[in-house]
Each structure stands twice: as structure tokens, then as C-alpha cells.
Design a protein around this ligand. Structure first.
Ligand code: 3PG
Length: 311
């Protein structure tokens, strides 16, 4: 038995590694597809508040159907669960709509370059609002992250202030979402998949009145018929794809969060951005200057240094 144990341990670890790699690959692939269809939709139909709402609505509907047909077990929740989820949902809603507004104004790659600086926001919020202290190398790693993003921003050919601020607000909101959801997922009575389903539903309730107030049915109807006449019936499939893939990539990312540490998760998230940046530049023929690419590379490298320093 003693001789066989290390073998079994190795097999278990290899299976675990395989499972996590599969989660990561699925998460990134779904995210790339989401980003492409989301931008295609926004180019023809520049109403990010509605597309953000539709993403949450599609996810909520898919999960309600899965629970009703018992494809997935519905979670057992109480009032306390929803109360704890509320701040997470507010942060998720703000971060989601801000990123979508950003992508409606600038290239997908630019939004994700700015979003790769999320760890810097995490350190600053933890330091100044929560009083958490970090070792010096962690602070040092913020220099390339912030410097690289700044270089990418000032050399961005199609810079737009709303696009830039949207990505920055999304960073800040998602740091709060992560801080609040760490508390909410504690105890693990609800799986990652169901936790994200509940988060979608609550966010949908929060976002809908704001989307109606900011854009509203009149604008949507006019924009929709214009997009339909410009693109043709395929436009409806693009909207469906961006909405469904938004839910799927987030669901897989919350499922993988169940299995890995927040640190591994944030490294995975940065690597995800590299695949989104590269694929969107190729697909949308985004013009990039060498110095602009250098800024992005420095920022992303900074995030890896950050994860090493934090370890
Ligand atoms: C959104 O619409 O919520 C953003 O695209 C999310 O970005 P992220 O999940 O890549 O941080």
C-alpha cells in the first residue's frame, strides 16, 4: 500500500491539473467568442446598457430553465444569502455595464489592456480602504502595471475618455465584487455555478430600470431596426451569441474559482486578456503602433510580476 500511495497521489494531482486546464481553456475560449460578438453587436447597435441587460437576462433564463428541468439542482437560499449577495450584485452590475460602455467607445483590445491593471486597483483598495499591508515587491509590481497602461493609453490611436473611464470604473467595481463575493461564497452552501446564476438574476433586477432610464425602448427600437436593415437577420444571432457566451464564460470562471485560489484565478484572468487582445486585434484589424503594443506588454508582464510577488 505504501508503495502505491505516491502513485495514486500523482494520478490524482495529474487529473486535477487536467481538470483545471480544461476549465481555463473553456473560460478563455468562451470569453474570446463573447468579446467578438459583443463588439460586432455594439458596432451596429451602440446601446451598451441594453446589451448588458440582455447578457444578464439570457443567463438568468438559461439557469431558471436548467433548475426547472432539473438539469441543475436549484440552490437552497435564504434571505441572508440574498442580502449578502446584494453588494456583490451592485458591484457586478456596475463593472459589467461600465466595461460594455467602454467597449462601445474604444477597441476591445484597449478596454482589456486597461482591464489588465485590475490587480493594481485591488492592491490600492486593500491598502487604503481595508488597511491591508503588502510586501514591498507587491507595490513595486504596480509600477509596470500602471506605467504600461499609461503608455498604452497615451499612444492609443482611437483614445476616447468614456472608453477609458468605463474600463477604469469596471476595474474598481470588480475589485469590490471580488472582496464582497469572497465573503458570500464562504461556507460553500451554494456551488460556483449557482452562485453566479443568483448573481445574474439580482444584477438583472438592478440593471433593468437604469437601462430603461439611460437608453429606453424608443432608442432601442430605432437602433434595432437600423441594425437589422444594415446587417440582416444575422444580427439577431449576434445578439443571442453575445448574451449566451457572456453567461457561459462567467459561469465557467465561477466554477473554476471553486477549485483554485484567488491568486491562480487572477493569473488566469490576465492570460485570458492576452488571448482576447490578440484575437480581437486580428479579427477587427485594430491599428496598433509598436509603442502601444509595448505599453500593453509591460502592463501584462507587471501583472505576472505582481502574482509572483503576492505569492
Ligand atoms: C463585462 O461585460 O462584464 C466585461 O466584459 C467583463 O470583463 P471581464 O469578465 O473580462 O473582467
Amino acid at each position: 500500500i505504501n508503495i502505491e500511495l505516491p502513485d495514486e497521489q500523482a494520478r490524482f494531482e495529474a487529473a486535477q491539473r487536467f481538470k483545471i486546464s480544461l476549465y481555463f481553456a473553456t473560460w478563455w475560449a468562451l470569453n474570446v467568442v463573447f468579446n467578438i460578438y459583443n463588439k460586432k453587436v455594439l458596432n451596429a447597435f451602440p446601446y451598451p446598457w441594453l446589451t448588458s441587460t440582455l447578457s444578464l437576462a439570457a443567463g438568468s433564463l438559461m439557469m431558471l430553465i436548467s433548475w426547472a428541468t432539473r438539469i441543475a439542482d436549484a440552490p437552497k437560499t435564504d434571505l441572508d444569502f440574498w442580502k449578502t449577495l446584494f453588494p456583490v450584485a451592485v458591484a457586478h452590475t456596475i463593472g459589467h455595464v461600465a466595461a460594455t460602455v467602454s467597449m462601445s467607445k474604444v477597441a476591445v483590445s484597449f478596454t482589456h489592456i486597461i482591464k489588465s491593471s485590475e490587480p493594481a486597483f485591488s492592491v490600492l483598495v486593500s491598502r487604503f480602504l481595508l488597511g491591508e499591508l503588502f510586501p514591498v515587491p507587491v507595490y513595486m509590481s504596480l509600477v509596470p502595471i500602471i506605467g504600461g497602461c499609461a503608455l498604452a493609453a497615451v499612444t492609443e490611436l482611437n483614445f476616447n475618455m468614456i472608453g477609458f473611464m468605463g474600463a477604469m470604473i469596471s476595474n474598481l467595481a470588480f475589485v469590490f465584487r471580488n472582496i464582497f463575493s469572497k465573503k458570500g461564497m464562504k461556507g460553500k452552501s451554494v456551488s460556483g455555478m449557482n452562485y453566479y446564476a443568483c448573481l445574474s438574476m439580482l444584477s438583472l433586477l438592478i440593471l433593468t430600470p437604469f437601462a430603461i432610464a439611460v437608453e429606453g425602448p424608443k432608442m432601442w427600437a430605432a437602433g434595432w431596426s437600423q441594425a437589422l436593415s444594415q446587417i440582416g437577420p444575422n444580427f439577431v444571432w449576434w445578439v443571442a451569441a453575445q448574451s449566451i457566451f457572456y453567461h457561459l464564460y462567467n459561469q465557467v470562471s465561477y466554477m473554476s474559482l471553486d477549485q483554485i485560489s484567488p491568486l491562480t484565478f487572477s493569473v488566469g484572468n490576465t492570460m485570458k486578456r492576452v488571448s482576447v487582445i490578440v484575437s480581437s486585434i486580428i479579427i477587427f484589424h485594430t491599428p496598433v503602433q509598436p509603442v502601444n503594443a509595448l505599453g500593453a506588454a509591460i502592463a501584462i508582464l507587471g501583472t505576472f510580476i505582481y502574482s509572483q510577488a503576492k505569492q
